[in-house]
Ligand binder design. Structure first.
Ligand code: DHB
Ligand code: MG
Length: 219
């Protein structure tokens, strides 16, 4: 565990140059005494690189928190690109908006304060244009529903990333009653059944402990 953390710091120090926008967001998390729940800097850069590889112009994020991953995603899109990010908590949404403004992305990021299932359903009903990339990172029990709605906001080639699916290694355990484990298991099993996406999952170690994510591409 200590090695995982030290290696992650080494990777961050060696490969990842955080600009003022990202650093300011991290400082705001400390200022407001929020949980250290955001993506690691290595993972933020990974999301940024994925968005670049995908040449994403429209990105959807489910779960903004204080906007750290949102800023990484906004950095990857061009000036005419958009990140739509949904946050249930008013305080988090307000902090994120400030951080995004500080980072210079107010024109490219739309923070939608609300219950993600409601906001997603509204976006589907109003025929929102499909997204190139979707980052699912909100409450784990709703992951299966987030995936269902994400597919309705996708098109062939859309990349869908599901955060924190490994649950400290408990993902495989069908007897685990933790609602987060139950939620991500259903999410992963749905991915396995869907004929409209191709998916994998990778386990990771680092400052966030023993973690992991799913990656899917819409056919
Ligand atoms: C949890 C949620 C996250 O988004 C995260 O990155 C790590 C942990 C959680 O709910 O356990
Ligand atoms: Mg997460």
């Amino acid at each position: 565990m200590e090695k995982w953390i030290n290696n992650d710091h080494y990777i961050a120090d060696t490969l990842i140059k955080e600009d003022d926008g990202l650093t300011n967001a991290l400082e705001s998390r400390k200022e407001h005494n929020l949980f250290e729940m955001e993506v690691s800097s290595a993972q933020g850069k990974f999301l940024y690189l994925l968005a670049k590889i995908r040449n994403a112009k429209r990105i959807l994020e489910i779960g903004t928190f204080f906007g750290y991953s949102t800023i990484w995603l906004a950095k990857a899109i061009s000036d005419d690109g958009t990140v739509v990010s949904i946050e249930i908590d008013r305080t988090y949404a307000d902090i994120a908006k400030k951080n995004i403004a500080h980072a210079g992305f107010s024109n490219n990021v739309n923070i939608k304060h609300g219950v993600a299932l409601d906001v997603l359903n509204e976006m589907v009903a109003s025929k929102e244009a499909p997204f190139d990339m979707i980052f699912i990172d909100a409450d784990k029990p709703n992951y299966p529903k987030y995936m269902e709605l994400s597919l309705q906001l996708s098109r062939p080639g859309t990349v869908i990333y599901g955060d924190n699916v490994v649950r400290g290694g408990r993902l495989y355990n069908e007897n685990n009653a933790d609602e987060k484990v139950v939620g991500v298991r259903k999410f992963v099993e749905d991915l396995g059944q869907l004929t409209s996406v191709e998916s994998t999952a990778l386990q990771t170690v680092g400052i966030k402990g023993y973690d992991g994510f799913t990656l899917s591409v819409v056919k």
